[in-house]
Design a binder for this molecule. Structure first.
Ligand code: SF4
Length: 83
């Protein structure tokens, strides 16, 4: 199993119409988990430091701010907010 196979999404992340979602490209992620520190309501990390999206759909202004901060800080540009 490759290292990137450990990055996973905890639940389906297809947003409802009109909503946004935090998404990750596992092929770009390098672990460490800066995103989990900046978006604790949305991301946790596994035992290797790879992110697990636990709340992809952004349901509040706070979640949107966390997602935007994580996207901006990701050194690998592995995160994005999509609608
Ligand atoms: S900040 Fe980016 S590279 Fe780092 S763990 Fe999160 S998604 Fe991966």
């Amino acid at each position: 199993m490759s290292r990137h196979a450990t990055v996973r999404e905890a639940r389906p992340l297809r947003p409802a119409a009109g909503s946004s979602a935090l998404r990750i490209d596992p092929s770009l992620c390098d672990g460490v988990g800066i995103c989990a520190h900046l978006a604790p309501d949305l991301v946790s990390v596994d035992s290797w430091g790879y992110p697990i999206l636990r709340a992809g759909v952004l349901g509040s202004a706070s979640e949107r701010r966390q997602a935007d901060a994580a996207v901006a800080a990701c050194p690998r540009r592995a995160l994005r907010v999509s609608s």
